[in-house]
Design a protein around this ligand. Structure first.
Ligand code: PLP
Length: 571
């Protein structure tokens, strides 16, 4: 028994991600990708999967957001002490960068589950006295710096990560899972490992055993937006990673014109997936010639359920946290208890709103939540496209809470924030609207549990999956969203929530009709959602139950991880 235990405890899956949302006060994540990675690992630990994870240290953290009185975002570094959260491992490896040996150490953070499962996470760190000042800063900033800086980071993550796992004695790895292309350079290290020692090579393909590497690799792509795929010019590649692999081989695997990290991952993985059914199709269209399937994302149920609903689920659906399938029995929870739990979560959010903005919102007014990265395709301003119509529909009947960070270099995203802040002034007196600063995991949970409906208005089909709506569903909050990403799968009109705009047919990026979507948004708010909220509470609560019983039931990372195990890891 003990021997078997030791065997199964040895990690067989190595999960690589540029960012991981480990905890709210460990600022090594920026948004959706990192939170998903964290939820993946939390579910793996609950399910006692033999997994180990690798990411970067990110000593400066992802920035703390301030929004000034003009609505401008101001970025502050986050001060945090890694030693308060994780322990330094006395083992170093080296990688070659620009012809220099760069030393890399790692910190270990254990994600532990009450089930006894543990997933160790290693955070790679180049901040060592042996390194030059510039090399010491390679792992400081998440998504900071220029392309050269970024390639160095990805080299540390991919190549350094594989070496670190070897150095730490993880010899049982059967699958390397690349969470997005940032980690694709791990394939290069694996290629070197399986390199065949052949003299008088007439065909380099015999030397580089791509089949052996492919057997080991799983690749998950996360974005249907072309610019979202990391690309590096071969000038930079030659400068940064001179000695790792002959350029001719790299070009064959990663693209002739530039090093395309997605292509590299695709070419060296025997399982490739998108993160929702639609996204799988869109990705397949973008990369014909590869077999791309899909595993729809989820969220970690326990992490994304507020205290009030946790207590309810504990009482009526015991065991739910490690078996979210039990949400199927949500109908056992009395209506009035669901409503009371929701109103209590709402009161907490509104008191946070009062404390941070001075705006006094009412617990009896229908409250819309919208929080996500402030970037153009998410269309945070669609709600305001017919401003006077919104004022007329919502006056006295709606209040609105926004949050979200713009990437420091995304000027358009920052202007979006400023515009929403400006709208809040112009609506004052009719509709209370606030923009909360510092969107992070803690604020996300307060928002998704404390509003009445969760709004999402991306440009189709750019939302690969989206996960905040799944978090809302875990707290009985209905989605009101454009049919894109996960919502295509989770939406049943007037049952789990409401759609905005038409059914999607396109699989390529195409023009969306802002005006058509906005019109639908206003019409449904005015004719369905607002009347239902104020006039038919029993049906409203039935829909809250459906959000839990149909959406949370399925869109969780326990279901998702079981799919990765059966479809990708054990094959
Ligand atoms: C869940 C989450 C996200 C991702 O939400 P999307 O709906 O996918 O945009 C981003 N940031 C934080 C802090 C989150 O908790």
């Amino acid at each position: 028994m003990e021997i078997r235990k030791a065997f199964t405890a040895e990690p067989k899956i190595a999960y690589f991600s540029m960012e991981i949302g480990l905890a709210n006060d460990v600022p090594t994540y920026s948004g959706g990708l990192g939170v998903l990675a964290g939820d993946t690992i939390r579910s793996a630990a609950d399910l006692q999967l033999p997994m180990v994870a690798v990411t970067l240290m990110c000593r400066n953290g992802y920035f703390r957001q301030e929004i000034n009185s003009e609505g401008r975002q101001i970025e502050h570094p986050v001060e945090w002490r890694p030693e308060d959260h994780m322990r330094l491992i006395p083992r170093k490896i080296q990688v070659s960068i620009e012809g220099r040996m760069v030393h890399v150490q790692s910190w270990r953070y254990d994600v532990k589950s009450v089930t006894g499962g543990v997933v160790p996470v290693f955070l790679l760190d180049t901040n060592l006295p042996e390194n030059s000042d510039t090399d010491r800063s390679i792992t400081d900033q998440l998504y900071g710096g220029d392309n050269t800086y970024r390639l160095k980071q990805e080299l540390v993550l991919g190549i350094g990560g594989v070496r670190m796992l070897d150095a730490l004695g993880y010899f049982g790895i059967r699958k390397y899972h690349m969470n997005e292309g940032h980690a694709s350079l791990l394939t290069i290290e694996l290629l070197r490992r399986f390199r065949r020692d052949i003299e008088d090579v007439w065909d380099e393909r015999l030397v580089w055993n791509t089949d052996a590497v492919r057997e080991l690799c799983v690749f998950t792509t996360h974005t249907p937006v072309e610019a979202g795929h990391d690309k590096f010019s071969y000038d930079i590649v030659e400068q940064v990673m001179k000695e790792e692999i002959p350029l001719s081989v790299l070009k064959r695997l990663a693209g002739e014109d530039c090093l395309n990290m997605t292509l590299l991952g695709l070419n060296l993985s025997n399982f490739i997936n998108g993160v929702a059914k639609k996204h799988g199709e869109v990705s397949q269209n973008m990369f014909p010639g590869y077999e791309i399937t899909s595993i729809t994302n989820g969220v970690h149920s326990f992490t994304w359920t507020c205290d009030e609903f946790k207590a309810l689920y504990d009482e009526y659906l015991p065991g739910w946290a490690n078996e979210p399938e039990l949400f199927v029995r949500v109908g056992r929870i009395p209506d009035e208890k669901i409503w009371a739990a929701h109103q209590s979560a709402k009161a907490k959010l509104l008191s946070l709103v009062r404390d941070t903005t001075g705006v006094d919102m009412s617990p009896d007014v229908l409250t819309i939540g919208f929080a996500r990265r402030a970037t153009a395709y998410k269309r945070a301003d669609l709600l305001f496209s017919e401003f006077e119509r919104l004022r007329k529909i919502g006056s006295g009947r709606l209040q609105i809470i926004y949050a979200g960070k713009a990437h420091p270099r995304d000027e358009q995203g920052k202007q979006l924030i400023a515009r929403v802040v400006d709208y809040s002034r112009r609506l004052a007196g009719d509709i209370k609207l606030v923009y909360l600063q510092g969107y992070d995991m803690e604020l996300a949970l307060k928002l998704v549990s404390g509003v009445d409906i969760w709004l999402n208005t991306p440009l189709r089909p750019r939302e690969a999956s989206g996960t905040s709506g799944m978090k809302a569903a875990h707290n009985g909050v209905m989605n009101f969203s454009v049919l894109d990403g996960w919502w295509i799968e989770g939406h049943i009109e007037d049952f789990t929530g409401w759609a905005i705009g038409p059914e999607p047919v396109e699989t390529t990026l195409s023009e969306n009709m802002d005006s058509r979507d906005a019109d639908d948004l206003y019409t449904k708010l005015d004719e369905k959602i607002i009347p239902l909220y104020y006039n038919n509470r029993p049906v409203w609560i039935r829909m809250m139950q459906n959000a839990i019983g149909k959406n949370a039931y399925y869109f969780n990372t326990h279901r998702m991880m079981r799919r990765y195990v059966t479809d990708a890891y054990i094959r």
